[in-house]
Each structure stands twice: as structure tokens, then as C-alpha cells.
Design a protein around this ligand. Structure first.
Ligand code: GDP
Ligand code: IMO
Ligand code: MG
Length: 429
């Protein structure tokens, strides 16, 4: 099995961490290819719960080599904080490899993220405030600082100085903030250099060599399809490519290496931050999903907006990612509902009904969900381990979603623990 990509199908927090962990021993490398510590992936192993933001979820499996790819933006303070936290909990992180080409999030990126959001006022995106957008802006503007720059002080100073020149004008003259001192930033970044150096490699070369040997490489996304900067609900998105295409550019692996694209999809929908969300529930059902599903952000603790499953979005995710398998998560959260609506299309303001994502932002903002209703099962399913252990209505719900979503459902999640999963089709053969 060569490379496998794992992405989120909705607006994030679908349970990518758990899905990656399930692949566990079947993979040799686990590579994060986009985003940064805006992600929050939760993994439950027996009685222990881990939340990783920057490290690939595979760090928890001893036989897996975790890799932070070139497409990631790295806050070094967070990286070492996460490594220390895991080490204190007895997890060996010594195998971690970091791309020399990954970009670094500096303190000025965090500052600009926060003041920029404040200035947007009502139009704010609701970012995680971790400096993600400004770090990717610098990358695209070719004024970013990369991991490799930390090992050449002269270059580092030049780059930080160049990046700060226009930013300080902006901070002082527009945002009414103090200017940031180049030397202070350089000193802070250099403090990490010695500890970082042994982890740094040409990760494209490493991963391609591994694939040539026949190793299995999992490319794990942060965020999700509808947060992708090209294919998501722009501008209410993150600043990277969280779809399968990003797995190639964010790791240095060619598309011909990829055999499987797994999309993780929740049995309902959630979203954190601002932006359109057609099936959002602002009533008691929404609150019920939030409480039963424990829908509070892993990264910021914000309550997640909740709504019903949207089959238009699932099909869209299948299309833009080339999905071969879905992992359906959190089916257990729906056990307490008499009726479960599923969005099968959108009614637009002109009265027309469509069953694909609208072409324009304006239409998506005004799209009203058209629902088909399914009877609930009102029975605890968290102990189910085989498809046939599920109540008839739960099986019918899964089959209906699968028919609407555009790819087979290979795994069904019935709880946060590793073993609370129904494996319907192997993911790595
Ligand atoms: P990620 O960002 O996609 O990795 O997802 P998060 O970790 O942010 O959020 C998913 C949450 O759902 C975590 O708390 C998981 O432990 C939990 N989870 C994953 N799968 C299931 C499932 O099948 N059932 C339930 N009840 N919880 C699940
Ligand atoms: P995981 O990997 C859910 C959202 C933020 C905000 C928007 C832009 O755990 O699924 P950013 O800080 O990235 O510039 O914020 O994207 N967002 C996420 N929402 N899960 C995530 O990651 C997210 N990462 C970013 O809430 O709306
Ligand atoms: Mg998350």
C-alpha cells in the first residue's frame, strides 16, 4: 500500500485524530501536511485522552514515524510544549521529523492575526488567533521564515527584518500598536534552533524513499474540505489547502503515489467560527447535539455550532478530494432523537432547488436546506462492534447516507474509544 490521504469532509473536528489512530500499526509514517496549531485532534487510548494540535496523530503509535511536512506552519513554542506534554505522559516523541521547508509562525503573526480580526469587526472570520493566516500570507508573499533559516543567523535576521518592515508600519500607523523589534524576534527563534536541529530533514526525500521501499505513508490533514482556502466557504476558511490536493504539495509526494483517500465525516455537522452553515440548528436540537456530542473546540474551547448531516456537502467532499472511503463518526450521538433530518438539497431564493454546492458565495449564504427525515433508533449503540449489532433504523440511516454521499462507508464510529468502531472494509489493503 503506497500513500493514503486522510481529510475532513465538513468544517473540521470530524474525528480525524481517532481515524488516524485506528490505522495505527498498519502505517509506517504519519505526515501532517497543512495548517498548524489551529487544529485540535483528540485521541482516546484506553482511559487516557490526548489532544494534539501540531504533531501528527500517529505520534501515539510506537511503530509509526511522525513527520511534520513542508506544508505546515510551525509555532515552535507550541511544538516543544506538545512534545514535553507527551513525554511527561510517557509517550516517546523521539522519532519526530520536521521538514526543513516548513514555515515558522513568529510572534508577529499571532499579533497580526488578533488585531486583524478586531479590525474586521462584524466581518471577522473567528480565527483561532494562532497566527495561521498571517504566516501563510508571508509564505505566499515570499517573506516567510522557514525552519532551515534558524540555522543561519545572518539569513534569519535579514528575513525577519524584511518581514517586519511593512508590518511595523501597519502595526504603528493603522493598528495603533507598538512596533516589533527584529532582534527580540531573532533571539526568541534562535532559542529553539539547537533543540530543533536533530529533527530536521528533507522530508520529501525521506518519504519518497520510504514509498520506494514499500512502506505505507499516511498523509493527515488539519482542518477540512469546507475550510480549504480554494474549495471551502471562502473567505470563512483557513489559509491552507486542507483537501487531498494539499497532501501532495504539503509533503513533496506526487499524486501517482496516492491509492486511497479517506474522508472523515460526522453523522451530523459542526462548525467553529463564522461563515455560512445551511443545516445549523439554533434551537433545542442544536443544543442537544452540542451537549451529547461534547461539541466544544479542542483548540479554543469555543462551543461548536451544530446542525444535521448535509449530504450535499458530503458529496462535494467526495468530489473535490476523490474520496475512496468515508469514516462515519459519532453515530452514537444521534441515539436520542425520534426523527433525524438529512439535508438532500438546497432551495435558493429564486425558488429553484439544487443538489450540488452552489457556484457563488451569495447563493450558499441564502441556501435553505431541503430535508429528508429518517426515524431514530432510541437505543444505546456504543457497545455495537458489528454492523448487524446496530438497530434496524441505525443501519437504514447509514445506508441512506452512504447512497447519498458518493463513496463507501468503511468505518462507523459509535464512541470516542479506539474499539468503539465498526470496521466494514479494510482501509489499507
Ligand atoms: P479532529 O479535529 O477531526 O481530529 O476531531 P476532534 O478531536 O477535534 O473532535 C472529535 C471529537 O469526537 C473528539 O473528542 C473525539 O474523541 C470524539 N469522537 C471521535 N469519534 C467519535 C465517535 O464515533 N463517537 C463519539 N461519541 N465521539 C467520537
Ligand atoms: P481540526 O484539524 C475546526 C476554523 C476557525 C476559523 C477558521 C479560520 O481540529 O479539524 P484559522 O485560525 O485557521 O485562521 O481560522 O478555521 N478552524 C477550525 N475549525 N477545526 C479545525 O481544525 C480548525 N482549524 C481552523 O475556527 O473559523
Ligand atoms: Mg479538531
Amino acid at each position: 500500500m503506497p500513500a493514503i490521504v486522510l481529510v475532513g469532509a465538513q468544517w473540521g473536528d470530524e474525528g480525524k485524530g481517532k481515524a488516524t489512530d485506528l490505522l495505527g500499526d498498519q502505517i509506517d509514517y504519519c505526515v501532517r501536511f497543512n495548517g498548524g496549531n489551529n487544529a485540535g485532534h483528540t485521541i482516546v487510548i484506553e482511559d487516557e485522552k490526548y489532544a494534539v494540535h501540531l504533531l501528527p496523530s500517529g505520534v501515539l503509535t510506537p511503530s509509526v514515524t511522525p513527520v511534520i511536512g513542508n506544508g505546515v506552519v510551525i509555532d515552535l513554542g507550541v511544538l516543544f510544549g506538545e512534545i514535553d506534554m507527551l513525554q511527561q505522559r510517557g509517550i516517546d516523541t523521539s522519532r519526530l521529523i520536521v521538514s526543513a521547508n516548513a514555515h515558522v509562525i513568529a510572534s508577529y503573526h499571532r499579533t497580526i492575526d488578533k488585531v486583524g480580526e478586531r479590525f474586521l469587526g462584524k466581518a471577522k472570520i473567528g480565527t483561532t488567533g494562532r497566527g495561521i493566516g498571517p504566516a501563510y500570507s508571508d509564505k505566499m508573499s515570499r517573506v516567510g521564515v522557514r525552519v532551515q533559516d534558524l540555522f543561519d543567523e545572518k539569513i534569519l535576521r535579514q528575513k525577519v527584518e524584511g518581514a517586519l518592515l511593512p508590518k511595523n508600519q501597519l502595526l504603528v500607523k493603522i493598528y495603533n500598536r507598538a512596533a516589533i523589534d527584529t532582534s527580540a524576534v531573532v533571539t526568541e527563534l534562535l532559542e529553539y534552533a539547537e533543540r530543533l536541529q536533530p529533527m530536521v530533514q528533507d522530508t520529501s526525500l525521506l518519504l519518497n524513499n520510504a514509498l520506494d521501499r514499500g512502506d505505507t505513508v499516511l498523509l493527515e490533514a488539519g482542518q477540512a474540505t469546507l475550510l480549504d482556502v480554494d474549495h471551502g466557504t471562502y473567505p470563512f476558511v483557513t489559509s491552507s489547502n486542507a483537501t487531498a490536493g494539499g497532501a501532495c504539495t504539503g509533503s513533496g509526494i506526487g499524486p501517482t503515489r496516492i491509492e486511497r483517500v479517506i474522508a472523515v465525516v460526522k453523522a451530523y455537522t459542526t462548525r467553529v467560527g463564522a461563515g455560512p452553515f445551511p443545516t445549523e440548528l439554533e434551537d433545542a436540537d442544536g443544543e442537544k447535539l452540542r451537549v451529547i456530542g461534547a461539541e466544544f473546540g479542542t483548540t479554543t474551547g469555543r462551543p461548536r455550532r451544530c446542525g444535521w448531516y448535509d449530504a450535499v456537502i458530503a458529496r462535494y467532499a467526495a468530489r473535490v478530494n476523490g474520496v475512496t472511503d468515508f469514516v462515519l463518526t459519532k453515530l452514537d450521538v444521534l441515539s436520542d432523537f425520534d426523527t433525524i433530518p438529512v439535508c438532500v438539497g438546497y432551495r435558493l431564493p429564486d425558488g429553484s432547488v439544487i443538489d450540488e454546492m452552489p457556484m457563488t458565495q451569495t447563493d450558499f449564504h441564502h441556501a435553505h436546506p431541503v430535508y429528508e427525515e429518517f426515524p431514530g433508533w432510541r437505543e444505546d449503540i456504543s457497545e455495537a462492534r458489528e454492523f448487524d449489532d446496530l438497530p434496524k433504523n441505525a443501519r437504514k440511516y447509514i445506508e441512506a447516507l452512504q447512497d447519498m454521499s458518493g463513496a463507501p462507508f468503511s468505518v462507523i464510529g459509535v464512541g470516542p474509544a479506539r474499539d468503539q468502531s465498526l470496521l466494514l472494509r479494510p482501509l489499507t489493503q
